[in-house]
Design a protein around this ligand. Structure first.
Ligand code: NAD
Length: 355
C-alpha cells in the first residue's frame, strides 16, 4: 500500500472539484459551493470530509442519490422556528441557506430553532457553526445520517446501528479570542479516518473499531470503498452512544427526515438531518461581561500545565485554525491512493483536469 503523498494547491484542488461536480450534473452554483466546502474541510485538517469524498459524490450523482434539480421547501416558518426540506439536494448550499435564514431570526428574537431534512451530505458541520459565529451567534447542531447502512455500534452492542452522528457547538469570538468550535463525530473516530487509514495502509487507534465478528481490531482494511465491515465504536462508551441517540431523536425525529432504523430507505447514498439552535448572546445579558468572562475562562483552562510540553492545552477550534494557516501556505497533503481515486473519477466523467 502506498504511503506517498503530495501537497496540492487549494485553489487548484477547488477548481478540480468544481469541474468534477459540474460534469457529474451539479448546477454551477451548487458545484461551486460544494467544491469550496470540501476544500475548506481539507484546509481545516478534516480530510475525511474533503475532496476525497468526490468518488462517493460522483456515484450518488450517477445513481440519483442526490437530487440535482432539488427544489427546497419551507415546511414551517414562524418567527423563531424554521423547518426546511431540502428535497434531496446538495448539503453545503442548503446548510448555508438555513444558517443565514435562522441567524436572521435569532438576531431579531434572541433565539431560533431550525431543522433541515432530506438533505444530501452536509459535510463538515463546523462550517455551519463558523458561519453562525461569524454573525455573532452561538449555535448548537445535532446531525443524523440515513440512506446508508449504519456504521457505529451502540455501547455494549457488537454490530452497527447508528451513523457517526456529529454534535457541534459554536460560540462567537471575543475581541481577543477567536470563536470556540466543538465539532465532533459521536464515534471514537470519523468514518473517513478509516478510509484514509486504509488508503495509507496504517492502523486505526486501538478501541475505535470492531470487526464483522464484533471483535476489537485496528486493521482498517475491512473498509471497502465507502462501506465498512464491522463497526466503529461510540465515543466515550455510554456517553457518546447517548449523544448519537440524541442526534437520531433531535435531527431524525424532530427534524422529520427519519432515523436510521431499517424502515427508513437505505439506497447507499448519504442523507443528513440536522436540528440546530441559534442564540444571540445579547438577548441573555451584558455582552461586554460575557466576553470578559469567556476570555478569563479560556485563559484559566489553557494555563493548565501540559502533561507533555510539546502538546499544550488548546481552545476547541484552535486545531482547525492552526492547520488551515499551515495548509494555506504549504498546500493540502493528499495520499497518492486518494489522488488516483479522484483522477479515475475525472477520467470517467470526461474532465480534462488531473491532480
Ligand atoms: P476531531 O476529533 O478532529 O475534532 C473534534 C473537535 O475537537 C474539534 O472541534 C476540534 O477543534 C477539537 N479539538 C481537537 N483537538 C483538540 C485539542 N487538543 N484541544 C481542544 N480541542 C480539540 O473531529 P471528528 O470527530 O473526527 O469529526 C470530523 C468531522 O467530521 C467534523 O467536522 C464533523 O462535523 C464531521 N462529520 C460529519 C458527518 C456528516 O454526516 N455530515 C458525520 C460525522 C462527522
Amino acid at each position: 500500500m502506498s504511503t506517498a503523498e503530495r501537497r496540492l494547491n487549494p485553489a487548484e484542488l477547488e477548481t478540480f472539484c468544481n469541474a468534477l461536480l459540474a460534469s457529474g450534473g451539479a448546477r454551477a452554483d451548487d458545484a461551486a459551493c460544494v467544491a469550496a466546502h470540501l476544500v475548506d474541510a481539507n484546509l481545516k485538517g478534516h480530510d475525511s470530509h474533503g475532496a476525497g469524498l468526490l468518488p462517493a459524490y460522483a456515484q450518488h450523482m450517477k445513481r440519483g442519490q442526490v437530487n440535482l434539480a432539488a427544489s427546497e421547501k419551507t415546511l414551517t416558518d414562524t418567527s423563531v422556528i424554521l423547518r426546511v426540506d431540502a428535497d434531496g439536494g446538495w448539503g453545503a448550499p442548503a446548510g448555508q441557506r438555513l444558517i443565514e435564514r435562522a441567524s436572521a431570526r435569532a438576531r431579531e428574537h434572541g433565539l431560533a430553532a431550525a431543522t433541515l431534512g432530506q438533505v444530501h451530505h452536509l459535510g463538515r458541520i463546523g462550517a455551519y457553526a463558523e458561519q453562525a459565529a461569524a454573525a455573532g451567534l452561538v449555535s448548537i447542531h445535532f446531525v443524523n445520517v440515513t440512506d446508508h447502512a449504519p456504521l457505529v455500534a451502540p455501547y455494549r452492542g457488537s454490530d452497527a446501528r447508528f451513523g457517526t452522528n456529529p454534535v457541534c457547538i459554536g460560540y462567537p469570538a471575543t475581541s481577543t479570542r477567536p470563536a470556540f468550535l466543538l465539532d465532533m463525530a459521536t464515534s471514537q473516530i470519523a468514518l473517513g479516518k478509516v478510509r484514509i487509514a486504509a488508503n495509507r495502509g496504517v492502523a486505526v487507534p486501538s478501541g475505535s473499531l470492531i470487526d464483522k465478528r464484533g471483535m476489537p481490531t485496528t486493521d482498517p482494511s475491512g473498509m471497502a470503498g465507502f462501506e465498512l465491515e464491522g463497526a466503529l465504536t461510540p465515543l466515550g462508551k455510554h456517553k457518546g452512544y447517548g449523544l448519537a441517540f440524541a442526534c437520531e431523536l433531535l435531527a431524525g425525529v424532530l427534524g422529520g427526515g427519519g432515523t436510521i432504523q431499517p424502515d427508513t430507505p437505505r439506497r447507499g447514498g448519504i442523507t443528513n438531518g440536522m436540528f440546530s439552535i441559534f442564540i444571540d448572546p445579547a438577548a441573555f445579558g451584558d455582552t461586554a461581561w460575557m466576553q470578559a468572562e469567556t476570555d478569563a475562562m479560556a485563559r484559566y483552562a489553557l494555563a493548565s500545565p501540559p502533561m507533555d510540553w510539546d502538546s499544550p492545552v488548546l481552545y476547541p477550534g484552535d486545531p482547525e485554525r492552526a492547520i488551515a494557516g499551515k495548509r494555506a501556505k504549504e498546500g493540502i497533503p493528499m495520499d497518492e491512493t486518494t489522488i488516483g481515486q479522484l483522477n479515475a473519477v475525472a477520467e470517467k466523467l470526461g474532465v480534462a483536469e488531473r491532480l
